[in-house]
Write a new protein. Structure first.
Length: 348
């Protein structure tokens, strides 16, 4: 079966064609158009993002079909992100996908953006399949899940305030780095003195026990404040060396917290695989630290390429294919939502 995926949840306009059935799938095409205009403002401006999607969605979709060597008539279904994300941006994709599906007489499938991230790595690595522990780290979300099977997920922990990607971007901005700040901060941190600034590992205490409310949960607002205080305390002495040291202290704290929380989940659930997803999973320092820690627990780590770590339509098409094979279809009443639980969540 062939599924055309459409993704417009934030500031990437993306379309993709995925072909296959079951676990045997192939990526036929993937087009991602990033809206670089937001770098001027140091963050995503929702109204600008929505208008840019309106301009780009038709040519991006046409290019994805051309790259796949297919006509719309040869597509079996259309999948589109309908939650979570910026509502205006989501509505562009949802409205377009609904119209396209109706005009072509194709089934329509609404896809949860974060479920898409669970499928992304499996498009490249055949072993990145359930059961596994998933760490989804992006600009808007940080989730720790036990993936028992596709469509059956246990939410173990999540951030109580800022997402990991948001903390990266805002800390980078405090250090005078351009948006998006994550890659720039990682590059700067590589040259920093790891001993000069050692920030507290948030919500990571030795006396925590399984069952505690904060055993898996995360929090990064305090870490972001610690960076702000360090910048202010350094004052006129905030030279390149100090900035690098602060970046290193921030990144070490955030990564150690993510790694240890994931290790707790691996031990508790008895999993031998960890799958990363979301934009922050493109941080190679995080991936390397995760692999070192999980190796000691007998678990392998699977991380997506940078292309599939970012918001992309390939993961939406893949998740849509799964839902299609289960006989699921969305109606013409499909709507966009800023927040929504991942479908398939089961109680702990």
């Amino acid at each position: 079966m062939r599924v055309l995926g459409i993704e417009t949840s934030c500031d990437e306009t993306s379309a993709s064609v995925v072909e296959g059935s079951g676990e045997t799938t192939a990526l036929r095409s993937l087009v991602i158009l990033s809206q670089d205009v937001h770098t001027i403002f140091g963050g995503v401006v929702p109204e600008i993002a929505s208008r840019a999607h309106l301009t780009a969605i038709v040519p991006v979709t046409e290019r994805a079909l051309r790259d796949a060597g297919l006509a719309l008539a040869e597509i079996d279904a259309i999948a589109v992100t309908n939650a979570p994300g910026l509502v205006g941006a989501l509505l562009v994709g949802v409205s377009f996908a609904k119209s396209l599906a109706y005009s072509a007489g194709k089934p329509l499938i609404g896809v949860h953006h974060m479920e898409g991230h669970l499928f992304a790595t499996a498009l490249e690595q055949e072993d990145a399949v359930p059961p596994y522990v998933a760490l989804l780290v992006s600009g808007g979300h940080t989730l720790l899940l036990d993936v028992e099977a596709w469509g059956r997920y246990r939410l173990l922990g999540s951030t109580r305030d800022d997402a990991a990607g948001e903390a990266f971007d805002k800390s980078a901005k405090l250090l005078g780095l351009p948006y998006p700040g994550g890659p720039h901060l990682e590059q700067l941190a590589a040259t920093g003195d790891p001993k000069r600034f050692r920030f507290t590992r948030p919500m990571l205490r030795r006396d925590q026990q399984p069952g505690d409310a904060d055993y898996y949960d995360l929090s990064f607002s305090g870490l972001k404040t610690a960076v702000l205080n360090a910048v202010r305390a350094t004052g006129d002495a905030l030279d390149d060396e100090a900035r690098a040291a602060i970046a290193r202290g921030f990144q070490d704290s955030l990564i150690e917290t993510l790694v240890e929380k994931t290790a707790r989940a691996v031990r508790a659930r008895g999993r031998t695989r960890v799958v990363l997803g979301g934009g922050v999973s493109g941080n190679r320092t995080l991936v390397d630290a995760m692999r070192t820690r999980m190796a000691a627990l007998g678990a392998t780590v699977h991380a997506p390429s940078s292309r599939l770590a970012t918001d992309n339509a390939a993961m939406i098409a893949r998740a849509g294919l799964f839902r299609l094979e289960r006989g699921e279809r969305s109606t013409a009443g499909l709507n966009a939502f800023a927040t929504q639980p991942i479908p398939g969540l089961v109680a702990e």
